[in-house]
Design a binder for this molecule. Structure first.
Ligand code: ZN
Ligand code: ZN
Length: 257
């Protein structure tokens, strides 16, 4: 299984627009240039994308990806879904609808926001076929494109998000500030744990570093990577405070499991 961290930035990206810009991040370090959070998982000829934010087109061009077999969506915030229409050319070329997987609430949001991606409208021209399909994913075990995917419930301020465990050895948990206790049993002894950790100070919707470090220790992951990093989180500084086996992510970082 190959995993690529397509983007590891928070919702505004780094640099952010306007005076916030690079925040505390050193603009001279290319590892601080962060697109919106997303990962790609490739295994046995199948490719799964998790989240499709506003940077997804550039991310997939950079990774030279020719096909996406399925898309998993963690939740309906814009930094995780707003690039979904960018995936249409895969359908134009392959003529196979791209299945999008998430929970009921997020599917409902997607249907409203991107109706033309999923539904042939009454006024659509006869040649128009919707390029994507909406598919429900369930808490617990799912099989998608040959991957065993366990779906976890996560708390994200005033909303919930989905965490994913792939083939029982890699977990991707972003946009999470708390989770049900039972998750920690499922997350035990991962080879790789990618966890959203915004910054050093606590935040109401995202884990901060200390919390992510505690979780990493609790589940005994072999390697933990921090993602969804904020403008306060300079790469070298974060590296300097990380415990053993924990590292800040950077765009394009990849892993073979
Ligand atoms: Zn986010
Ligand atoms: Zn979010």
């Amino acid at each position: 299984m190959k995993i690529t961290l397509l983007g590891c930035g928070t919702s505004v990206g780094i640099p952010a627009l306007g005076v916030i810009g690079w925040g505390k991040c050193n603009p001279k370090n290319p590892k601080n240039l962060r697109q919106r959070s997303s990962i790609l998982i490739e295994n046995k000829g199948k490719t799964i994308l998790v989240d499709a934010g506003p940077d997804v087109r550039n991310q997939l061009l950079n990774a030279n990806i020719m096909n996406i077999d399925a898309v998993l969506i963690t939740h309906g915030h814009a930094d995780h879904i707003s690039g979904l229409p960018e995936l249409r050319p895969f359908y134009f070329a392959n003529k196979t609808k791209i299945p999008i997987y998430s929970n009921d609430l997020t599917l409902k949001q997607l249907k409203i926001q991107f109706e033309y991606l999923f539904k042939k409208g009454k006024t659509s021209p006869s040649y128009y076929k919707p390029p994507m399909s909406l598919n429900k994913i369930y808490y617990g075990n799912n099989t998608i494109c040959g991957f065993d995917i366990k779906v976890l419930k996560q708390y994200h301020g005033n909303s919930n998000t989905l965490g994913f465990i792939f083939n029982n050895n890699f977990a991707y948990c972003t946009d999470v500030v708390d989770m049900p206790k039972s998750n920690f049993n499922y997350l035990k002894n991962m080879d790789l744990f990618i966890i959203g950790a915004l910054r050093e100070e606590p935040h109401e919707a995202h884990a901060h570093f200390k919390l992510a470090f505690d979780w990493s220790k609790k589940i005994n992951s072999k390697k933990t990577i921090l993602t969804h990093l904020g403008v306060q989180s300079d790469y070298d500084y974060v590296s300097s405070i990380c415990p053993k086996n924990v590292f800040p992510g950077y765009d394009g970082m990849s892993f073979e499991l």
